[in-house]
Design a protein around this ligand. Structure first.
Ligand code: HEC
Length: 169
């Protein structure tokens, strides 16, 4: 009888020790890239907070189109891959903040952000920083939102961003 009690108490000590072990296990890091959750979703650069978007502002979109033609069209078409990816549906696949950070900080985006790194691996040429102001970048963003909306309305098909893994968009 004494032995049974001894065994039972030993077992409960072991059980307690096992539970304690679980509690002290080290917490897993949030993500393996060393970026914050905000940066993972919205990129790295001058835009560090969510911005409020209203309906597409057509005046801004018109100014954004002029900027796009002057500074982005050498490398980007809307529906076809050129030096960089087709821009038709960028506004669908990335957050507005991510797009602004990519425009204003392409260097770090393609070095430090896992999505930017994948893009550089796919397109091989680095995107140039065209030194747009935040206001100009927001105008281009309105233009990108406008062309995505038109693309849906007119069922326009654009090149996928990745050649070999369409599901990575
Ligand atoms: C010198 C060529 C070049 C110029 C100029 C350029 N880009 Fe790019 N862009 C690229 C390349 C190449 C990529 C893919 C990433 C990489 O390889 O650096 C890219 C990627 C992007 C992306 C990311 C798309 C995605 O799906 O993640 C956006 C947004 C973008 N460019 C917008 C612009 C805008 C807006 C301008 C004009 C202000 C511009 N780019 C000017 C070459 C260029």
């Amino acid at each position: 009888m004494k032995n049974i009690i001894l065994i039972l108490s030993l077992l409960s000590i072991l059980a307690l020790a096992a539970c304690g072990g679980k509690e002290t296990a080290p917490a897993k890091p949030a993500n393996p890239n060393g970026l914050t959750d905000f940066e993972m979703e919205n990129g790295i650069g001058p835009v560090k907070e969510k911005i409020q978007l209203a309906e597409i502002n057509m005046d801004m979109a018109a100014k954004g189109e002029a900027t796009f033609i002057a500074k982005c069209a050498p490398c980007h078409k809307l529906d076809k891959r050129l030096v960089g990816p087709a821009q038709r549906y960028t506004a669908d696949r990335r957050t507005p903040e991510y797009i602004l950070n990519m425009i204003m900080n392409p260097d770090e985006m393609t070095k430090l952000h896992p999505t930017g790194r994948k893009m550089l691996a796919e397109y091989l040429a680095p995107m140039t920083n065209m030194n747009l102001t935040l206001e100009q970048s927001k105008e281009v963003l309105e233009y990108l939102r406008k062309i995505a909306k038109e693309g849906h309305e007119q069922n326009i098909v654009a090149d996928p961003v990745y050649r070999n893994a369409a599901n990575q968009e």
